[in-house]
Design a protein around this ligand. Sequence first.
Ligand SMILES: O=P(O)(O)OC[C@H]1O[C@H](OP(=O)(O)OP(=O)(O)O)[C@H](O)[C@@H]1O
Ligand SMILES: Nc1ncnc2[nH]cnc12
Length: 178
Amino acid sequence: MTQDELKALVRTVPDFPHAGILFRDVTTLIGHGEGFAVAVTLLAQQAAAIGAEAVAGIEARGFIFGAAVAARLGLPFVPVRKPGKLPVPVLALDYALEYGTGTLEVDPGAVHAGQQVVVIDDLVATGGTALAAVELLRKATARADHALFLIDLPDLGGADRLRGAGVAVQSLMDFPGH
Ligand SMILES: O=P(O)(O)OC[C@H]1O[C@H](OP(=O)(O)OP(=O)(O)O)[C@H](O)[C@@H]1O
Ligand SMILES: Nc1ncnc2[nH]cnc12
């Protein structure tokens, strides 16, 4: 499958969840067996190449890709969760994303000091979500020097914002002009 064929599996929905947002929906890609497998294989190759020792996935769509990559590589999976879901004391951070605000939480016991934890999510837009995940993992004393995405919306500046925070960013495709 070519990069263009993989990209064509992403559905674009105008005005979701708010007027003016062009929503890049991965539901159609994960609903395509070969497309999902190719995406996971490519992300797993990138995670292996950077020497990831654990994979952090961001709830909810980041769980789909992150967990699959972790299982493929035999690495621990660290869930970065939306609030109130983890049954232990957590580190928490508020953040803003393209179409709203939220809070992410991490169990500090899920990572080790100095462990290289790669952050995986389906999409980076403003980078607010991924940066919050990186900051939480670093606060938990892990290293979070890499983030992998299926989709980058480069005009929203998130990948550059992450790079400015010392995070190397890779994505499988981008949608310029978002
Ligand atoms: O770069 P940003 O501007 O921060 O936006 C990117 C985030 O937005 C989406 O998550 P959403 O909060 O919609 O949650 P979901 O995965 O539960 O659908 C997406 O899955 C990323 O996590
Ligand atoms: N335009 C967009 N499409 C899908 N998910 C998103 N998360 C933030 N912005 C998004």
